[in-house]
Design a protein around this ligand. Structure first.
Ligand code: PGA
Length: 253
């Protein structure tokens, strides 16, 4: 695990202003837990409000458009989320790839847009159960990443990778520890090949998919797992902080 683990909550399409109390509670706890970096990605509508409420935690977006501006009704640009207070954006989440038909090329273009707007990127990758059962998980995930790296020069500073097997997202099913360890090591290897060994040591690789307070500790103890991208269990401060505590080997919540 990285020296300073990174625990990121992805609220997905959940949250109205009533949920700001959870963000505040997470932020207050994070102020006392400096050994772990904590961040939240609320929906677009709450980015500014969460940014105003918190002092310690990072705030990010869950997507942005690839274009700088223009006639794209309903879309939001990287500069807009940065202006609202986001410091990073999650890109290539499987729910975007599957539900919105986002291709590897589009994800790569979005990464370029986000980096140009000064945002850090959490780049998601992950295979379907069919691909895993066919024995092609590693080739598939590394292929997603190779294409996404096209627009990245300075990976060490700006990039985090999140490995999220699609079949483990929101299903209560986590990948086996051996499978997680093997995939994270392969991802680390590709980062080294692409950006050099120094970057490979610096880029954080998060695991995501049904991470909960109960299973976080064993997952986060794996060598190449530097943190977690958390969906369902990030919606309450209680669950999310259980994971944050697990990241620093602390049972108390
Ligand atoms: P989950 O979602 O923790 O609810 O499985 C993780 C994610 O999709 O980022």
């Amino acid at each position: 695990m990285a020296e300073r683990p990174y625990i990121v909550g992805n609220w997905k399409m959940n949250g109205t202003r009533a949920m700001l109390t959870e963000a505040r509670a997470i932020d207050r706890a994070a102020q006392r837990l400096m050994k772990v970096e904590v961040a939240l990605a609320p929906p677009f509508t709450l980015i500014h409000a969460v940014h105003k409420e918190v002092e310690q935690i990072g705030v990010g977006a869950q997507d942005c458009h690839a274009a700088k501006d223009g006639a794209f009704t309903g879309d939001v640009s990287a500069a807009m989320v940065a202006d609202a207070g986001a410091k990073f954006v999650i890109l290539g989440h499987s729910e975007r790839r599957q539900g919105h038909g986002e291709s590897d090329a589009l994800v790569a273009a979005k990464i370029g847009a986000a980096l140009s707007a000064g945002l850090r990127v959490i780049l998601c990758c992950g295979e379907s159960l069919e691909t895993r059962d066919a024995g092609r998980a590693e080739a598939f995930v590394l292929g997603q990443l190779r294409s996404a790296f096209a627009h990245v020069d300075d990976a060490a500073e700006k990039l985090t990778v999140a490995y999220e097997p699609i079949w483990a997202i929101g299903t209560g099913r986590t990948a086996g520890l051996d499978d997680i360890a093997a995939m994270h090591a392969a991802i680390r290897g590709l980062i080294g090949e692409t950006f050099g060994e120094e970057a490979a040591g610096q880029v954080r690789i998060l695991y995501g998919g049904s991470v909960k307070p109960e299973n976080a500790r064993e997952i986060l103890a794996l060598e190449d797992v530097d943190g977690a991208l958390v969906g369902g269990a990030s919606l309450t401060a209680e669950n999310f902080l259980g994971i944050v505590h697990a990241a620093i080997g602390d049972d108390a919540v």
